[in-house]
Design a protein around this ligand. Structure first.
Ligand code: HEM
Length: 461
């Protein structure tokens, strides 16, 4: 069996241009790596890191042999912000949190959250309607910013109820700065120790302190919520607020109760994982629909058959084309473009023996756009997903939420949210991309729209 050093990859000075490319022009660099070296690539500096592109190996790492993989060093920089929350934790800490937090994201809870999603979407539609009425010409908006605020409001309301208020802007702005610092560290593989007073470390520490202050202040309002609950007997009346529910559930958990620090980490994790992902999904889907008006028309016809401005949770069972549009959008422009794991014991990947403690990257971006697994991958073709389950047809080739035990806990939440928002926007408005604007998808922790997404919107008559 061939060894890790036999894996093809950049040599000599090319290693450095490859690392630079991964930071400055990530998507194209990975395309070059895949074209030049194949389905498994070794980058030797600063540690040996492997890039895996074949579905069989991806399936093995994430699902079949997931016990042999942990999150590993590539996730260390994220801990600076997320502590030991669900995305970064391992072992018993992860198992316990996954069970407790998972209870707050079951289908019954999502149905409740959908009411928040509908309310916040209606507010956005109303504000856009006012803008459209005031102007004769189509209104110009940065759709990326609009979607970011909307999904941030939704996750903020879901996690904190109405208690976040004005502070939500502080958190939203800081999260952007923090993720930029973190992704640089993931890509270079160089993780500056947090005790060194570098400018980035100082910024991260300031962000953490202000976030912690906000969360702890809200936790202290726990008693207020108890007060608010008094006299409200039915489930329907109770506020839907994950923070409060975690604090409440904790009371019956005994030794397994989450510590206050752990709750802070979980809330921070849900906040970060729960808004930029869905926001980018919506931004890129609206972009794709402007590029493919015939698909937008088909989507509008499906949604327009419902006689209401915003669809309900139940309606979403009857929207196959909407489902397919979202799935195809996540294929062509995956909201999470890259993930990684670290081997615990030796494993075989792509015909090579991979030693323990090796970081292995997998790229949704590259594998979802590989013509061997998706014909004409450059085309936005929702029809390819109509009545088809890509998770069954070619396991490992489609993994927007990853696969296996670490699969996204917010998958249903985000699918319901994005379908409610997208259907309402397409039902009520027509979108045109600003002339000559070329969006730039930039893979960070999520697939960001560098330079935003300027569009004109027009109210449908
Ligand atoms: C389109 C939207 C979303 C996408 C594409 C997405 C994608 C992902 C992916 C790829 C992972 C796995 C990361 C890894 O292990 O490498 C993940 C994990 C996670 N996501 Fe999401 N996510 C989305 C929305 C959400 C939302 C809305 C929430 C919360 C409300 C959320 C919470 C989480 C959490 C807590 C984890 C860690 C799960 C664990 O390891 O047990 N995500 N997500």
């Amino acid at each position: 069996m061939k060894k890790i050093d036999d894996i093809p990859g950049p040599q000599g000075l090319r290693i450095f241009s490859c690392i630079k490319g991964l930071i400055t022009d990530h998507w194209n660099e990975q395309i070059r790596m895949h074209d030049r070296y194949g389905d498994i690539v070794l980058v030797k500096y600063p540690q040996k890191r492997i890039f895996i592109y074949h579905p069989n190996d991806i399936y093995k790492i994430l699902k079949d042999n997931s016990k042999n993989y942990r999150k590993g060093v590539a996730f260390e920089p994220l801990k600076l912000l997320l502590g030991n929350g669900l995305v970064t934790s391992e072992g018993d800490t992860w198992k316990n949190s996954r069970r407790i937090v998972g209870n707050e994201f079951n289908s019954k809870a999502i149905e409740k959250f959908s009411k928040l999603m509908i309310n916040d979407t209606k507010k956005l539609i109303q504000s856009w309607e006012v803008l459209c009425k005031e102007k004769i010409n189509p209104v110009e908006l940065d759709i990326n910013k609009e979607m970011m605020s909307l999904t941030f409001n939704i996750i903020g309301d879901s996690l904190f109820g109405s208690l976040l208020g004005e502070k939500s802007h502080i958190i939203q702005d800081s999260l952007g700065t923090a993720t930029d610092i973190i992704i640089k560290r993931v890509m270079t593989g160089i993780n500056t120790p947090s005790i060194l007073p570098t400018p980035d470390n100082l910024k991260l520490s300031k962000i953490n302190n202000s976030f912690e202050k906000i969360v702890y202040e809200i936790m202290e309002k726990d008693n207020l919520i108890e007060e608010e609950l008094k006299g409200k007997e039915s489930e329907q009346e109770t506020p839907i607020n994950v923070l409060f529910k975690l604090l409440k559930a904790n009371k019956s958990e005994g030794k397994k109760a989450l510590s206050i620090q752990q709750i802070r980490d979980e809330i921070m994790t849900l906040m970060l994982a729960g808004h930029e992902t869905t926001s980018n999904l919506l931004t890129w889907t609206l972009y794709l629909l402007t590029k493919y008006p015939e698909k937008e028309k088909k989507l509008f016809e499906e949604i327009n058959s419902f006689q209401k401005p915003v669809l309900s949770y139940e309606d979403l069972n009857k929207t196959p084309y909407l489902d397919a549009v979202i799935m195809e959008s996540m294929r062509i422009l995956p909201p999470v473009p890259l993930t990684s794991r670290e081997t615990i014991e030796e494993d075989q990947l792509g015909g090579y023996l991979i030693p323990p403690k090796t970081t292995v990257f997998m790229s949704q971006m590259i594998t979802h756009n590989d013509p061997r697994f998706f014909k004409t991958p450059d085309l936005f073709l929702p029809e390819r997903f109509l009545n088809k389950d890509p998770y069954k047809e070619n396991p490992g080739s489609y993994f927007p939420f990853v696969l296996g035990p670490r699969r996204c806990i917010g998958e249903e939440f985000s699918l319901v949210e994005s379908k409610i928002i997208l259907s309402a926007l397409v039902k009520n408005f027509i979108f045109f991309l600003k002339e000559k604007f070329k969006p730039k998808p930039v893979p960070s922790i999520t697939l960001q729209a560098k330079n935003g997404m300027p569009m004109y919107i027009k109210r449908r008559d």
